[in-house]
Design a protein around this ligand. Structure first.
Ligand code: SAH
Length: 370
């Protein structure tokens, strides 16, 4: 384990992010308002502005007493994320945003508009401690956990952008959320869960997005998966497997040295049983590394009769990496073998490729500029 450089305990931030409405439960918000001498019904107003209108600037709230606005801004709605840069591609249908947090740390989110849905991919940590060698975020290590407020702020910014019609084709409603940006969500469990509660709670106390439209993607932290299945939520679980054999997975997903393929899949099976939801297996196809017919066969055997769906991701090469995406014919062969085993399989679209779409690449690019 010692040479493994895996980081579970995030370094403590130098300065704490200011507390925000989104860090508190509905009860805690009321209690805090009471302490501040703000009547309880005003909490509904504050929450409505934030979670329904995506408006976090009390100075613009004409229905709110002028003498309380500054206090509410300071105590409930401090600015947590500031836009540094946005880059678009796919005819504007994909937009990647780079955010600076209060302590200068950078994180990314990606908004993607499809004909039938609008999805945001958000970050749960600044950096990541899981050290997967093909992932740009993994290369930079873990800087710190994000707070629930910082995660929720990315969600609210995305919902606002969608509602304002910032992406071509007019206003839409943010419909889907994937925890597939920077970080390992299950290594920042409490903050992630609080942000999930902010998502699924009906308005005015939350964004009112169904749990079934939320995906949490993990390297396979078994205790985290077990905790998640006790939450009583139908959140979709995605497991980043990337290979069916422990030997290769030990190097592609180093946490495999702690929880083996068999244990991770057993936890995912339990998750499916408990929630009634099929889980996803994420599999980045890396040329000549994990895309052989023999590995497809092994994966097919492993997943046959399991409640799983395979999402193949053509590797998005990170700068300086010796690895690249599989040849098209090898990708097709991989798909075919899985289908022959009766396993539902999709190949992920390559949204955001030309804007350093792979996890962590934009933050790395901006860091190296400064
Ligand atoms: N830590 C979580 C979530 C973040 S990454 C996890 O590992 O699941 C979201 C997905 O993108 C993961 O499946 C991850 O393995 C994959 N990924 C990371 N870098 C990639 C790259 N360069 N090309 C393709 N997929 C990548």
């Amino acid at each position: 384990m010692s040479e493994l450089k895996l980081v579970f305990d995030a370094p403590k931030p130098r300065t704490k992010a200011p507390l925000h409405l989104a860090d508190f439960s509905a009860e805690e918000r009321k209690a805090k308002a009471k302490e501040l001498g703000i009547p309880a019904f005003r909490v509904n107003q504050i929450s409505t502005h934030y979670f329904t209108h995506y408006n976090d600037d009390p100075a613009t709230w004409s229905d709110f007493p002028k003498d309380l606005r500054e206090m509410v801004r300071k105590e409930f709605l401090p600015e947590l994320i500031t836009l540094v840069r946005s880059v678009s591609c796919d005819d504007g249908m994909t937009r990647k945003d780079l955010w600076r947090l209060h302590d200068g740390v950078l994180v990314e989110s990606v908004l993607m508009k499809y004909p039938e849905r609008t999805t945001v991919c958000i970050s749960s940590q600044a950096g990541c401690g899981m050290n997967c060698p093909f992932c740009a975020t993994g290369q930079a290590g873990l800087t710190r956990n994000l707070t629930a407020g910082e995660i929720t702020a990315q969600l609210v910014a995305a919902a606002r952008s969608a509602a304002q019609g910032d992406l071509p084709g007019g206003p839409t409603r943010l419909s889907n959320v994937v925890f597939m940006g920077m970080g390992e969500p299950l290594a920042n469990y409490n903050a992630v869960m609080r942000s999930v509660r902010n998502l699924v709670t009906a308005q005015p106390d939350g964004l009112g997005i169904g749990a079934r439209s939320i995906t949490i993607s993990t390297v396979g932290l078994v205790p985290g998966i077990e905790k998640l299945m006790e939450e009583g939520l139908q959140v979709r679980l995605a497991v980043s497997l990337h290979t069916p054999d422990d030997e290769l997975r030990d190097s592609l997903v180093p946490i495999n040295s702690r929880w083996k393929v068999r244990e991770v899949l057993a936890a995912a099976d339990k998750y499916a049983e408990k929630t009634g939801r099929r889980y996803s297996i994420e599999y980045a196809l890396i040329r000549d590394i994990n895309d052989q017919a023999s590995r497809a066969e092994l994966l097919g055997k492993l997943l046959k009769n399991r409640h799983a769906h395979v999402n193949l991701i053509p590797l998005n090469p990170t700068p300086g990496s010796k690895w690249t995406a599989s040849k098209p014919e090898d990708e097709r062969r991989f798909v075919k073998i899985l289908e022959d085993y009766g396993i539902p399989v999709t190949v992920r679209d390559t949204r955001g490729r030309e804007i350093d779409g792979a996890c962590g690449q934009l933050a790395a690019a901006v860091k190296s500029e400064s």
